[in-house]
Design a protein around this ligand. Structure first.
Ligand code: HSE
Length: 427
């Protein structure tokens, strides 16, 4: 029998909390044997004592609606927060750390926003703070960065780290459907939230890439430094044109560091079909990391869901309760010597509707040239009945600001009736 008895407190008993309970109870003996820990759930904070998931526990006395009950149980040494949202999660996590309890969290929003304060509280109280489940659910990407790549400077991370948007974009691409139609169906099937804003507008991916970039570059990358654009404007026509250029469209979270300049962004991106990220379909996640010495590393798996996310949290719980000494990422909170790049370079795809008459293409190309945007290819699509044509451009690598200025000028030309689609392209 295991020597070390450990009781944990759970904050939240929804999808993730109940998953932790299931793993801890169903794998109790294996964990005891392999990890030398007799792990059990001491208290569970719920919103109501008759929440549906409470039916899975035989001992109903573990449930409470009062956070103080969890904190007051001195046998509980590790608290797993899986409530989501900013408050009261922030208050509960800080309260737990301030009395020396180790905290494990899957809450990317609260962690991305309050990491510095939480780490200070953990450090001061010699408590553990573990967050493997905040990014990409069951994929062990946090520990890969902190414990497996120390012999590298990380140069870039590109990830599909939001399953909902990958599910929607995959369905649009594979079934030739429009965004609204797929979103409604995903909501009906429970793949997308009733309020899908955090996912489709890129907030969820923003929190996650802020955490990954901070670890990769050893400096705090606040969410305010992350450029964010969601997928709501992507059309099935963009997807079909992307295919003609040998690409698929993915919501990528991208972080790069070069010469002490960091760029971090989340936006729908055209990715060449032969890139490993292009083949990540449905609700799966993947993270593609480039380290100076290891070269390319790609991790793939389930980025959400009850048991995959709980799998990461149980791993954190076991580390929290067996660590001889808790370690904290050595981040430079002030970013000394670091510049956050806002005028990064990428290739662009633009689809516009123009008057179909002599000189229009030359005029548009002239505006791009004036702003240092070099064109890689252009396709003129089918003519509309009223003498308009669709032009689709791919640029060479251009600066964000120059491209934006060119687009604004082009939009104001009398021969241009509208910019219909615009995406960045990443190789
Ligand atoms: N809503 C997230 C996703 C899962 O769709 O990937 C939790 O981070």
């Amino acid at each position: 029998m295991a020597k070390r008895k450990v009781k944990i407190g759970l904050l939240g008993f929804g999808t993730v909390g109940s998953g932790i309970y299931k793993i801890i109870t169903s794998m109790h003996d294996e964990i005891a044997q392999r990890e030398d820990v007799d792990l059990s759930v001491g208290k569970v904070l719920v919103k109501a004592l008759d929440e549906p998931n409470t039916s899975i526990a035989e001992d109903k006395s573990i449930f409470t609606t009062n956070f103080e009950d969890v904190l007051a149980d001195e046998e509980i040494t590790v608290i797993a927060e899986c409530m989501g949202g900013e408050e009261p999660a922030r208050t509960f996590i800080l309260a737990a750390l301030n009395v020396g309890r180790s905290v494990v969290t899957s809450n990317k929003e609260v962690f991305a926003k309050h990491w510095t304060k939480m780490e200070e509280a953990a450090h001061q109280n010699n408590a553990g703070l573990y967050f493997e489940a905040t990014v990409a659910g069951g994929i062990p990407v946090i520990r890969t960065l902190t414990h497996s790549m120390q012999g590298n400077n990380i140069e870039s991370i590109m990830g599909i780290i939001n399953g909902t948007t990958n599910y929607i974009l995959s369905a649009m691409s594979e079934e030739g459907r429009e965004f609204d139609d797929v979103l409604k169906e995903a909501q009906a099937k429970g793949f997308a939230e009733f309020d899908p804003t955090a996912d489709i507008e890129g907030f969820d991916a923003m929190y996650k890439i802020s955490i990954l970039a901070s670890l990769a570059f050893h400096t705090r990358v606040p969410i305010e430094r992350v450029y964010r654009e969601g997928i709501t404007k992507v059309t099935k026509q963009d997807i079909s044109y992307a295919r003609e250029f040998g690409c698929v469209i993915k919501l990528l979270a991208i972080a790069k560091m070069k010469d002490n300049r960091i760029e971090v962004r989340v936006h729908p991106t055209m990715v060449p079909i032969e890139h490993p990220l292009a083949s990540v379909r449905g609700s799966f996640n993947a993270v593609f990391i480039h380290g100076q010495h290891v070269d390319d590393v790609m991790l793939y798996g389930r980025g959400a869901g009850s048991l995959p996310t709980a799998s990461a949290m149980v791993s954190d719980i076991l580390i929290a309760c067996t660590a001889q000494e808790h370690r904290y990422p050595m981040l430079d909170a002030n970013g000394d010597g670091i510049t956050f790049e806002e005028d990064w370079e990428s290739e662009f795809y633009v689809h516009m509707k123009v008057a179909d008459k002599p000189g229009v293409l030359a005029r548009i190309a002239g505006v791009f040239g004036k702003h240092q945007v070099s064109l890689a290819s252009v396709i003129q699509k089918e003519q509309d009945s009223n003498d308009t044509a669709h032009l689709v451009f791919i640029t060479h690598k251009s600066r964000e600001k120059g491209f934006g200025a060119a687009l604004r000028e082009i939009e104001s030309l009398p021969e241009v009736s509208g910019i219909i689609g615009c995406l960045r392209v990443e190789n």
